[in-house]
Unconditional design. Structure first.
Lengths: 354, 354, 354, 354, 354
């Protein structure tokens, strides 16, 4: 149900800047794809190893280096040398247990974000780490597992749709972040449907498992919140454009993604309130039902206890009990008991206990 | 009861700045009304199509272009070209799932706000998106459905009441926002009445459905809050008058609308506290009533159980039971049982259990 | 119990700056009293109408124009013209549903505050709106109903006590605010007494009505809080002395009133926590008492049920039941039942259930 | 249990700056002690009246004027004249219902603080007001009642321990505040012990009075909090050293007292959380115990009700009831009832209800 | 369970700057280890006494003086003289009840932090105080008890791993803080496992002791929070690099530790929410179980009470009771009772009470 804390403790005692892969999933082999593009055209190439460092840099236009798979520490280090990344950056990339953040290094920006996998409907909300390095004319993206997260951006570059081919590396970084944030809406919709269906179920058939589902929804929202709130700061930091790597023209677009994250947060907070309210409804309807049962049962018992007392009276063995010998005594007693029972029922109904 | 999240996910993967209509309601055809006015007079005209772009601009005085219906993407785009609106602005106008916000573009201000429909008494509080574009001498307003929201402003322009005809486009934008905020008070009054009536009902006749009504009131307040809190920031931003589009003279008026939104927020928060308090009263009175029932019923049972025990004693079949043969034994036993019953009643009353 | 929202909706659609009286109480006729004073002496005069505008201004010394009754819109407008007040100021004066605020207009300060009527002990805490206009050498005060709120200040001016006659209009405004804030302490003391008495009652005799009283206390505090918190900002704004209308010498006094409002807020918050704590005590003692009852009753029933079972055994009609014919069987059975009963009582006592 | 609001209302209507003694305790006579000291030596003198104003000032070195007893308004006023204190300062000194604060007057600083009396173990936490006036070469301290609060400082001056005799008046003021804050730790320790003992009692023997003790602890913490939080701001204000009366060398010491107040606040907040947690434990253990009782009692009743039903069957008077005449019928029935009882017990145990 | 407040009160009355050891544990003798290192090599030496002050300073390269054991006040004072530490610094070192803080003294920085001992799995989370003094070319570390907290750093210096030997004293201080923060992750993992295991237990077997464990977890988090939150400010203060003692190159590393503390805080807050949620689940499942029991028992009683009433009827001793003499009366009655019982069971099942 819950993501266990990855074994951060395995790093205690190592010198800072030592990249250690802390993650849950390992693709079979790290894969590097390079996409060079400018207004004129697009060049794609997939690398297996990293001997050709020269091939990565010095190309005119914008270069997007996409790395999938983080367990190959050596490859990361060679890439780091090639792009002159700080050892701490490499350490953060390999450790997939980072918080979304934006760091301004000399010559490049380092961005950590969380991508949500909102496709699987039954599955849990799960956050995967995505790192971006934005340089003057290149963007490097790091993912742990192959996914179609950035597929639409790649498609747009290939097809030359929108003005992505005319814009710089900062616009590419924006596009990647935008694709990432768009995924949040998908996850939110799935979550919203779950909540709606569950609300229906809560009213028609509250069972013991309900509380656990409510808490599972709550945990999913904690995952969401831990991903989105710091992302908001990251994008706010980018759109303040304090770095020379961000063009003024891109700021308008970054403000737009910023608005989207605010909307995600808003919807999330609304869902949180709804789930809290559902907990109240659940507890109240469970206790209402129990009270309902107890009430009816107690009323039945209460009616028959005085009646049983009456039968007890006429079951006593006194030698002289007037009425016992009376021919209609039995029927009169039955009638009296019937009247007592009906009277109590009427009284209960009058006091609205029934 | 709740507004489902509009299908934002349908936009994932599209290039930014692609307007897609995300909304619930579609008027049959988009309608454009143009109102030119200055001190001297008023010219009105209704357009079906947008070939006459020239007719929209270049007129002396203030021009109010009112667009009703947002599903006609093509028309929006032509309008955008005509007034040189940024593609992201068009995208935000078409997507009626925006958060109220103020954006300062080069040459115009873009305002998103939520209008409340407070007319229907039984209906839910529902927020409709209204967008304003404030240029140097024009205001464009975008609504999804025809409504009488801005009717009074239009009336005032036609009649020349107040000094709206002498003032600039910023005063017109202020007037529209003022009309919009005035609606909030209507909605709040309706909500206030609902709460008051409901409070009465809560005390006289708390039923099972009550909790759901409390939660519906809570959801309506969430809608309200999501509309008003950001609107406050929007108007605060306008009244700081950092844009050259806002005259100093209009700032006093904007501060006034700002005060109104603060009052709306204040009243809303008071209502929230009242609704929370009502939940406490409800839960407490429900449990009080149940306890009341259980107590009385248990007391009845408790009185008759010892009495039944006594009848049991004299129903035993021992050969030698002194008293059974005594002539007044039966009556003495009945009397004793009567005394025991009355004694217990008195004891219960003394301990204030009755 | 609760103040209904005044009909703000009646204003929707009117041009801004149209004063409409929104209030609960109307004195029979608006009354204007003018008090001119300087070190040398005091001149008082009561006006019925406002033809003599000249008589209001241009007098040396400080002029205090006191207006009681706000329903005479025409009079307000003439006064506004006379002192060159902005239409929005007049609108705010007539609408008694304002939030305390401070506004800096050209040439005068406009202050809205709430006065509490703390005299009536049984009555609700009720806030009445008081507006002040502070000009270079005049103060205009607006009240809805005649009250003795400013009586002590008037007395001090007439008698020349303190140095009010040597000071300027800002000191007069300070004195009025000080008198207004002093009233809050009276209200708080009344409220404090109510809470103390109620706490006593809560422990000795918790009844069903208690919860409603707790909620009434809570609502009174909401009224208080809505009046005091913004007042704090108003006085903080005044004591920052950004306006040239406030002398540096008066700032020390304003800081003193500021401290008083902070104390009012402090005491209020303490009361709020006490009332919340009382709710806990109430709920807990109610449920304790109910549990106490249920426990004793259940114990009685539990003792007699096994005893009744024993009588049932000997009430069976088997042909051969040894003991039934034994001469002491009856007494032995009675004794055994007595022992069982006492044994259960002792067991219950040992387990501390009694 | 609770400190009633002192009668602030008695001041309503008086001109500002009129000192009125608002306090709970009156020492028999106000007492003034004067301590002059410099590196060379110490001169002490106790005054009964205040005719010798000259004797108070103009002495080289540092002068500490200690005033105990605030009800002698005349004496306060003469002292005020002598040291040129503002009337509002005198008013605040006489009114012991002030909030801790720091005020920067021309030529002196005015400090209000709350001293805690943490000696009496059983008694309530109680806050007494202490005022300090810090001038260029003098400190005046005002207390309501004689106490040993500043005894250690006086001792240190007399004995010349530490470097207090070499330092200025600001270091004396710091020493007094330090002694005052040190008292808070004593009070916190007493409170901590109370909470610890109480926690023990809560687990072993939760009674009805427990909730009231929890709330008493809560009220004591409210008193503490109202004293400490503003004191923090006071000392932070002093250590910013914006006044020329504070030497840079003293700032390090003031920062140290500041850290102490932060620690007091920290410990206090921890205690608050612990007390809240205790409330949860209490409520839960009370309800656990009650449920425990109800469960066992209900089980007893449930076992005997079916058994009594069986005895009822054989107590019926039908002419033809096979088994009644059977010789072993009685014993067989008893045996069957025994088996039913044991079976139910086993069933309850299996379902873990016992 | 809880750490009692160390006896701060023993210090009340002492002059400021008097070091008094306030701590829980005393190592047998204070131990001083000195580590001099530069790029070229490492010199280690262990001191018993402090006569050789000269040996501590004036060495080229970086000097790390590590002090273990704080009860030897005299030694602390001699060390203080040697490094010209302020008396207040010595006082804070000896008092192990400090809050994490950063103080900028003339010529050195003083850092107080809390180290967590996360090794013992069953034991409580416990915070031990660690002080650092960072000078231009030396770092002094103070611990109360010998531990392996800084073992890895020492190892790294000896082995020359990483670039610690090339960096200055600020990098050493960073390394020590980094080692300290890394420990927090270990503690968090232990805590996370406890919570996970406990959650499992909570669902399968909620017992009475559970609530106490939940509260123990809560207290451990309070200890954690009191250690981490202020540490965050300490490291934020260091990484702002306002002191000339911090090199710009070290700032990147400090920002990294800062990120780690933020992650610790994040995880901690998530755990807090999970523990709160567990409390809800616990209370709800306890009450569910109790209700389950009460329901079944009440149903049993309810079925037999009407049946017993029927047996009572035929146990009455009326002379004329038709049916008693009927040959099949007995069996007919038994059958009727059977039908009534089954009917009630079916009714209960239909209403989903079973």
């Amino acid at each position: 149900m819950r993501q266990p804390t990855p074994r951060r403790s395995s790093k205690a005692g190592l010198p800072p800047g030592t990249p250690v892969h802390i993650g849950r999933r390992q693709s079979e082999q790290a894969k590097i794809t390079i996409l060079d593009y400018d207004e004129a055209g697009v060049r794609e190439q997939a690398l297996e190893s990293l001997d050709q460092c020269v091939s990565l840099r010095g190309v005119p236009g914008v270069t997007w280096v996409s790395v999938v798979g983080l367990h190959d520490i050596e490859l990361l280090e060679r890439l780091g040398e090639c792009f002159r990344l700080h050892p701490l950056v490499l350490e953060d990339i390999a450790n997939t247990d980072q918080r979304p953040k934006l760091e301004d290094y000399d010559g490049y920006l380092f961005i950590v974000a969380k991508a949500l996998d909102g496709n699987a409907r039954d599955a849990q909300v799960d956050a995967e780490q995505v790192c971006l390095v934005l340089g003057p004319n290149f963007v490097i993206s790091f993912e742990e597992l192959e996914s179609d997260l950035f597929g639409s951006v790649r498609e747009r570059i290939r097809a030359g749709r929108g003005h992505i081919r005319n814009a710089g590396a900062d616009y590419l970084a924006y596009s990647l972040l935008d694709a990432l944030v768009d995924r949040y809406f998908v996850t939110l919709e799935v979550l919203g449907e779950k909540i709606e269906n569950f609300e229906e179920e809560l009213v028609t058939n509250p069972t013991v498992g309900t509380l656990r589902i409510v808490h599972r929804l709550k945990s999913e929202m904690i995952v969401l919140r831990k991903s989105v709130w710091p992302l908001r700061e990251v994008i706010a930091g980018l759109s303040r454009a304090e770095s020379s790597l961000i063009n003024q023209a891109t700021v308008i677009y970054l403000r737009d993604v910023y608005d989207h994250t605010i909307e995600v947060i808003d919807t999330m907070e609304t869902y949180r309130e709804m789930v809290s309210g559902m907990l109240d409804i659940y507890l109240s309807s469970i206790s209402n039902r129990m009270n309902e049962i107890m009430k009816v049962l107690t009323i039945i018992a209460t009616i028959f206890i005085p009646l049983t007392f009456i039968t007890g009276i006429f079951g006593m063995n006194f030698a002289r009990m007037p009425g016992l010998r009376w021919e209609w005594g039995y029927f009169a007693t039955l009638g009296a008991m019937f009247l007592v029972g009906v009277g109590m029922l009427l009284y209960f109904r009058k006091r609205k206990w029934l």
